[in-house]
Design a protein around this ligand. Structure first.
Ligand SMILES: *Cc1c(COP(=O)(O)O)cnc(C)c1O
Length: 346
């Protein structure tokens, strides 16, 4: 359990309930075939899709909901592109409290919608994008007795930092660089927090570079100004005005890293490569870090001997529609050996 393993690094008191759905301790998968396709020596994949609701959001949500319970809250609220709502709804259900989730109309991947509905969240669909939804929940939580569990809740970031601890513990040291998608920029902030904490505690002797990647149609940090109508196939990072913008800049600058953008086409290529070359199926946004690393390598900007870790933020089954759309529906073949041998070309 995350709370036991990393208690010294988490904001827990003796009164914090021992909430858990079994989050954390996710696989760190060696990816030699993908590494050689990209042109780097060593690449590991931190597969956060293996969390209970299928994304890294669970690491932060378990802490945020446990702390809300400790404070006596009976209701939590969040804005979401999908995964935050799935996670908030699940942990609230397990804790026996209410969840209210605000999502943009028509832009939520099917799996995430199914989760919010099944876990019993009060699902408010708004005619507006994520940024508008976040504005609304911030106002509501200021005025009414409901706890905000977006990543602006500091407990979320503390919980998410545990992924950085796990990577260092598993590798026996820090990677040279960490590649990850950037949406609302909470996760890059949380990883940087985690690595710094481990460094200060003497658990690691140096800090990795943080390499963040936004989608080209939703790249406010790269462009240096908010994007009013963010567009990308990677719905989890379809965000035009990230809440943790300035912390992301700190992570980039203090680590000597970068935040750049990748096109939807580059994202989709790495999304397919992850599944076909390594057997790791993620949702499209999760492939942005790998797409970014591939872009750097192709431009001669990757360090050939560095140890890279790419964070794969969410599970592929979150967005099954997009996956199936990539392929022509196979026509049925007669259940007779001759027809089947013909199909196989044997
Ligand atoms: C939330 C999310 C992101 C973006 O993380 P931020 O903390 O918002 O930058 C990326 N991928 C997936 C799958 C997510 O759920």
């Amino acid at each position: 359990m995350l709370f036991d393993r990393y208690r010294a690094f988490l904001p827990l008191s003796e009164h914090t309930p021992a909430l858990t759905l079994g989050e954390g301790d996710t696989p760190l998968v060696a990816a030699p075939r993908l590494a050689s396709a990209i042109g780097v020596r060593e690449l590991f994949l931190k597969y956060e899709g293996a969390n209970p609701t299928g994304s890294f959001k669970d690491r932060g949500m378990v802490v945020a909901v446990a702390k809300a319970m400790e404070a006596g809250a009976t209701s939590v609220i969040c804005a979401s592109t999908g995964n935050t709502s799935a996670s908030a709804a699940a942990y609230a259900a397990h804790a026996g409290i209410e969840s209210i989730v605000v999502v943009p109309a028509g832009k939520i991947a099917l799996g995430k919608l199914a989760q919010a509905l099944m876990y019993g969240a009060r699902l408010l669909v708004i005619d507006g994008n994520f940024d508008a939804a976040l504005h609304i929940v911030r106002e509501l939580s200021d005025e009414f007795p409901v706890t905000l569990v977006n990543s602006v809740n500091p407990h979320r970031l503390e919980g998410q930092a545990t992924a950085a601890y796990e990577i260092c513990d598993t590798l026996g040291g820090p990677p040279d660089a960490l590649c990850l998608p950037v949406g609302n920029a909470g996760n890059i902030t949380a990883y940087w927090l985690g690595f710094r904490r481990y460094h200060e505690a003497g658990r690691i002797d140096r800090l990795p570079k943080m390499l963040g990647f936004q989608a080209a149609g939703a790249a406010p940090i790269v462009l240096g100004h908010p994007v009013e109508h963010p567009e990308t196939i990677a719905t989890a990072i379809r965000i035009g005005n990230p809440a943790s913008w300035c912390y992301a800049l700190d992570a980039r600058d203090q680590s000597g890293g970068l935040i750049e953008m990748v096109t939807d086409e580059q994202i989709l290529q790495s999304w397919r490569d992850l599944a076909r070359l390594e057997g790791v199926f993620v949702e499209p946004a999760s492939a942005a870090g790998v797409a970014g690393l591939r872009m750097l390598a192709s431009q001669g900007r990757a360090e050939p001997d560095a140890r890279y870790v790419a964070v794969l933020t969410g599970h592929g089954l979150k967005d099954p529609g997009l996956a199936v759309e990539q392929f022509a529906a196979p026509a049925p073949v007669k259940a007779e050996m001759s027809a089947i041998l013909g199909w196989l070309g044997w």
